[in-house]
Design a protein around this ligand. Structure first.
Ligand code: F0G
Length: 405
């Protein structure tokens, strides 16, 4: 695996802060992007004519009192990456990956995905004049994400295998066919995802929280967040390191297992990962060595949560008027467990990163609220916060009576 390292002079921290803040009033594409606005932190391009941007980033920090209470906290903020152009945090990385592909003169790009990477890659590739080819596990991604890939013009191959098997296959194939691979093994994507943290700190006036909580799948985002925090500290942009809390789904939790064994030199893959949070249904995460390093550096923790816990947490996030996709809700479920265990203090300053938009997986939502959601293995999920639609006759008196009750 590769990691971007930079040499050369860097601007002093106070100057960078002023420069970045000033760019928020600019009308140029580069400055309007919540990724390229921070280009001094990701200086891998020598010039910017290859940049493909859909004005990604610029995602809000949203206070969520009901979610805080549910999670056992006095106060909780979500950084919602679902506000991105294609509805997930992948856009922060993809603008960089696609720009690098254009710079290298590539024509075809490929990725393996549980859905969001492919939606994002399809959009950015088409916007940049590249031909996107995506590989997805047949029958295991949500329709919202598949629909996006089709609409954005990706050649879409549904493979009869799981994410881990397809990734191994494609890593081989891409090299042979001269296709540029845009999975999170691509170090430029990681550079882009770093800006999620840079923007978070900028919006908080460079006051770091105690904890940053995120879901873990292939662990690219964990790697990016850790790298960003180390660099911000090194550059003097923040004065202390927040701790990372990575949350996995119980049926796909190889990183959790790794963190809870004495010998962390080798990750034992989960051969048949299971979870309804299909975005993080990954048993053999490629970026685990980087993620392990970053979690250790930040004195972080890894937790895992059940299908029921994810589903209920997701509904609570919905009740805050915020909403997110299932994988994102693992954050709040994890926070609830970690506060109960005394790992996160109730008065800690916590930011949880919601990675995907609520509309990514409407089928899951409908099934939860109507009591039809089934976990892998057939266990019925209880609709603790269920909100069933009611069918009524076309009759004003009956509707009025219903509403009065
Ligand atoms: N949340 C969402 C909504 C995701 O789509 C993903 C990953 C993750 C969390 C986990 O992030 O892999 O960096 O640890 N989705 C990838 C994809 C694998 O193909 O869209 P990670």
């Amino acid at each position: 695996m590769l990691e971007a390292r930079y040499s050369g002079d860097r601007m002093p921290a106070p100057m960078l802060k002023t420069l970045w803040r000033g760019r928020r009033t600019s009308n140029t594409a580069l400055d309007q992007s919540g990724v390229w606005r921070y280009r001094e932190m990701i200086p891998f391009l020598d010039k910017y004519d290859s940049v493909v941007t859909l004005r990604e980033g610029n995602t809000p920090l949203l206070p969520a009192p009901k979610a805080a209470q549910y999670g056992g906290l006095d106060y909780l903020t979500f950084k919602h990456q679902g506000f991105n152009p294609t509805g997930s945090f992948k856009d922060n990385g993809m603008t960089c990956g696609a720009s690098q592909a254009v710079r290298l003169g590539m024509k075809r790009v490929a990725c393996v995905s549980t859905g969001n990477t492919s939606a994002s890659m399809a959009a950015y590739s088409s916007a940049g004049g590249l031909q996107p080819i995506i590989f997805i596990p047949h029958g295991n991604i949500s329709y919202g994400k598949l629909a996006q890939a089709l609409e954005y013009g990706a050649m879409t191959l549904q493979v009869e295998a799981n994410f881990d098997q397809i990734l191994a296959l494609v890593r081989n194939l891409a090299d042979k066919l001269g296709i540029y691979l845009l999975n999170s093994v691509n170090p430029f994507r990681i550079e882009g995802q770093k800006t999620i943290i840079v923007e978070m700190m900028d919006y908080r006036d460079w006051n770091p929280p105690d904890w940053i909580v995120l879901p873990g799948g292939n662990l690219g985002n964990t790697s990016a967040f850790g790298k960003a925090l180390r660099e911000l500290r090194e550059w003097g942009l923040i004065d202390r390191m927040p701790r990372l809390a990575v949350i996995q789904a119980e049926g796909s939790a190889p990183f959790y297992d790794l963190m809870h064994t004495a010998d962390r030199s080798k990750l034992r893959a989960v051969e048949h990962p299971q979870t309804l949070a299909t975005a993080i249904k990954i048993g053999d995460p490629v970026s685990w060595p980087k993620a392990l390093y970053e979690v250790e550096q930040s004195r972080g923790v890894v937790e895992m949560v059940s299908e029921q816990e994810i589903a209920d947490a997701k509904a609570v996030i919905g009740l805050c008027g915020i909403g997110c996709e299932p994988a994102s809700a693992a954050t709040l479920a994890g926070i609830r467990k970690l506060t109960a265990a005394g790992v996160i203090a109730h008065d800690a300053d916590v930011v949880a990163v919601l990675t995907g938009n609520v509309l990514k997986d409407p089928d899951y939502i409908y099934r939860y609220h109507t009591g039809e959601l089934e976990a892998p293995g057939g266990l019925r999920i209880k609709p603790t916060f269920g909100n069933k639609p009611v069918v009524v006759p076309n009759d004003a008196a009956k509707i009025a009576a219903l509403l009065e009750n």
